[in-house]
Design a protein around this ligand. Structure first.
Ligand SMILES: Cc1cc2nc3c(=O)[nH]c(=O)nc-3n(C[C@H](O)[C@H](O)[C@H](O)COP(=O)(O)O)c2cc1C
Length: 490
């Protein structure tokens, strides 16, 4: 196919293309080719997809609140201006993901932020100061003892002249340094000397991330008020490596930055809200488990939306392949029993939102060893026992939160089942969604997909919401929760 000159596309199309390409992990050119191929082959769903991306962009840019300028003529939202006038000090650590920091600079600048870059010595092994300087249109700072910068105590000035410090990639080393108060280079000195908010986007080999020392450092940093975005699970840049440790995508980091710099009133400030998300995995033996198709996208989006409104969100997540939402304290669990224990340990709370698709049953006889296939013996028989009902448990708990919201994923009699659930489980609201193939929501359906169509079932009736992106469902539900909590007198 002939080459595609992205430069010649108008800005709006470029923004959409960039978003799609980032989601699919390919270049903008590859994304454009795939879309043209799909259009030529007459594949359905592209219009839906664009509509969905536009909605996601609107949510990302906050254009519903009319802060993002709308590009002239088309009436469509633009990402431009959402960080207008904000000053970001970006510290690039020495990891393979440093190349993504270059894209992050571009995305921040196209949203109106000014970006100043500090690079560690190790970072310069991965990307050049020339690239970072060209993209940030500023001098790149690398030296603590620099005669030009330090005559006015440059490390203090760098912090003073920023609204937010972002460390991306945050190496295990940088996390360890800040957690332990080390300041032996420019990056660590600026981090220790700052009184501004700090956001870290860790990126490292999964074994480095799961090492007890890194876990300890992360816990210390969280306690010290450092915010985190990611890491996510997935393929690592090193060949044959996969697991948790992949840096959040630049657009996820941008969303976290926008949330941290959002100065709108926070109706959920001071409210503690528990959210569950994702599936549970119920072991059969050490390598096999029973699971479901939940991706965690809806639950994570709700946690992020509640945090955006100022809530102190405690997310309990089953095993998912998406990054922990920014500004949300996340506990990771595998099974329904672990999820129940984690939720109960987080009580009391003002509200609890149970989005997770918790397995109804678990195997009673999970094997400690891998079950071997023995010729002539046939398949093993699995005895199932019922899992605890987490929603009902909290709905009738002595320390029941003021507002309890459940989710009902049904394939038949949606409203009847949701109303029964509301009564039996002691919930105030049930968010009912049709997860059948007839739901009409794209080929991937509600579970695992990006769109949702829900009905809100409460004692006062059923409210039907139109089909929308999961981020939009999350934003509307967060607003509804804020409204409901405002009327609850404790
Ligand atoms: C090829 C290569 C890739 C590396 N990738 C990472 C990484 O992704 N994350 C990390 O924490 N450290 C990584 N390291 C180790 C860091 O570069 C090393 O700990 C360094 O001291 C970090 O310095 P800094 O924290 O000052 O940037 C890598 C090292 C090499 C040689």
């Amino acid at each position: 196919m002939a080459s595609i000159t992205i430069r010649n596309l108008d800005d709006e199309v470029k923004d959409l293309l960039r978003q799609l390409a980032a989601e699919n992990g390919c270049s903008m050119e590859e994304q454009a080719r795939a879309m043209i191929r799909a259009a030529v082959e007459g594949r359905a769903g592209q219009a839906d997809r664009i509509d969905q991306i536009e909605k996601t962009l609107r949510a990302l840019t906050g254009s519903e609140r009319q802060t993002a300028p709308v590009s002239a003529g088309s009436g469509k939202p633009s990402v431009r201006g959402t960080l207008s006038g904000k000053r970001i000090l970006l510290i690039i650590g020495g990891g393979i993901a440093a190349y993504k920091a270059l894209d992050l600079i571009r995305r921040l600048r196209e949203r109106g932020a000014s970006v100043r870059v500090v690079m560690t010595a190790a970072a310069q092994e991965f990307v050049t100061t020339l690239s970072a300087g060209a993209l940030s249109a500023d001098h790149v700072f690398t030296e603590l003892f620099d005669r030009n910068d330090e005559h006015d105590v440059g490390h203090i000035r760098l912090s003073r002249e920023a609204d937010l410090l972002v460390v991306a990639p945050a190496t295990a080393d940088l996390m360890a340094k800040l957690a332990n108060g080390h300041a032996n280079d420019l990056a660590s000195t600026v981090l220790l000397a700052t009184d501004k908010k700090v956001l870290m986007a860790p990126a490292m080999n999964p074994r480095m991330w799961s090492h007890p020392a890194t876990r300890r450092n992360r816990a210390t940093l969280l306690k010290d008020g450092i915010a985190f975005v990611g890491p996510a699970k997935g393929e690592m840049a090193e060949s044959n490596e996969a697991g948790e440790g992949r840096m959040a995508e630049p657009l996820e980091i941008v969303a976290a930055i926008e949330a941290m710099l959002d100065e709108r009133p926070k109706p959920l400030a001071g409210r503690r809200i528990i959210v569950t998300s994702g599936p549970t995995h119920e072991p059969i033996d050490p390598v096999r488990y029973i699971a479901n198709r939940s991706s965690g996208k809806q639950g994570h989006a709700i946690a992020a939306a509640l945090a955006k409104l100022g809530a102190d969100v405690r997310l309990v997540s089953g095993p998912v392949n998406i990054a922990d939402p920014a500004g949300v304290a996340t506990t990771h669990v595998e099974t329904a029993v672990e999820m129940k224990e984690a939720v109960e340990s987080l009580l009391p709370a003002d509200a609890a939102v149970f989005v997770a698709a918790v397995a109804d049953w678990r195997t009673a006889n999970a094997s400690g060893e891998k079950i071997k296939k023995v010729a002539g013996e046939g398949p093993p028989s699995l005895k199932m026992v019922e899992n605890p009902d987490i929603l009902a448990g909290v709905g009738h708990h002595s320390r029941r939160p003021g507002l309890v919201v459940g989710f009902a994923a049904e394939t038949q009699d949606l409203i009847g089942n949701a109303e029964a659930k509301l009564r039996k489980k002691g919930a105030d609201l049930i968010v009912a969604n049709d997860v059948s193939h007839e739901s009409g929501i794209g080929p991937s359906g509600v579970m695992g997909g990006d769109r949702n169509k829900v009905r809100i079932v409460s004692k006062s009736g059923v409210e039907e919401w139109p089909e929308m992106g999961k981020d939009e469902v999350a934003a509307r539900l967060a607003a509804l929760i804020a409204e409901r909590l405002a009327t609850i007198v404790v």
